[in-house]
Ligand binder design. Structure first.
Ligand code: CA
Length: 229
């Protein structure tokens, strides 16, 4: 999952960035509202964590512009947004929710609660009712970051896992290489030209050649038919 983290507090931002990366997410960390708007107008995200007290453009204004979906922000207009506020910012919290935030956390918060809320927001945005993503006998449990096939656990690298989740959230939907690349790699991250193909190749092998379908020149999909192609 591609996450936009907007936080100007360096210590907190670093902690969140590291934890989210460890959890297998692709994270872009922006330290002011202007940077956040730039990122939102260029890249497609799955979720945003937005501090409200920010330099240059404050978080509420970022949220307002995002939800208005003007111009190049339209691709992210409907992503789940979780706002971070200080304890005494009740009015901002209320405004944030009214401006279209989906959830909030009051600082200081426990990182495990943030992760659980992110999972809940993701479930809702993808239309899932339970933690488990199932495609035939393939099961993914995001809360534990565990994958099993025919009941046996499979061990995946961070990128392979991110790739699988992106594909499995929408079975049979074709993803272009560019779309999958956006899920896997942060802004400005150096990427080898065939990196995606390598991850797909390794993931497919771990899935015993099943599930992943290549549409030449177009992209990839995860198919319910489990046929190898
Ligand atoms: Ca702040």
């Amino acid at each position: 999952m591609r996450v936009l983290l907007v936080e100007d507090n360096i210590l907190l931002g670093e902690g969140l960035f590291d934890t989210l990366q460890d959890e297998g997410e692709t994270v872009d960390w922006m330290k002011d509202g202007q940077q956040a708007l730039s990122a939102l107008s260029v890249e497609g995200f799955d979720l945003a964590i937005l501090d409200l007290g920010l330099p240059k453009v404050d978080g509420l204004e970022v949220l307002r512009q995002l939800r208005s979906g003007n111009g190049s922000l339209s691709k992210n207009q409907h992503i789940p947004v979780l706002i971070l506020t200080a304890r005494d910012e009740i009015q901002d919290r209320v405004k944030g929710l009214d401006f279209g935030a989906d959830d909030y956390l009051v600082k200081p918060f426990d990182i495990s609660e943030l992760m659980a809320r992110m999972r809940a927001l993701t479930r809702r945005s993808k239309g899932r009712t339970s933690d488990t993503i199932s495609v035939g006998t393939l099961e993914i449990r995001p809360s534990e970051r565990k994958v099993s096939l025919d009941g046996s656990p499979i061990s995946l690298s961070r990128r392979e896992y991110a790739l699988l989740v992106a594909l499995a959230e929408k079975p049979d939907q074709v993803f272009t290489k560019q779309q999958l690349g956006q899920t896997l790699y942060g802004w400005g991250e150096e990427v080898e030209s065939n990196a995606l193909e390598v991850h797909i190749h390794n993931l497919r092998k771990k899935l015993q050649g099943r599930f992943i379908r290549t549409l030449r020149g177009i992209g990839y999909s995860l198919t319910l038919a489990e046929e190898a192609t």
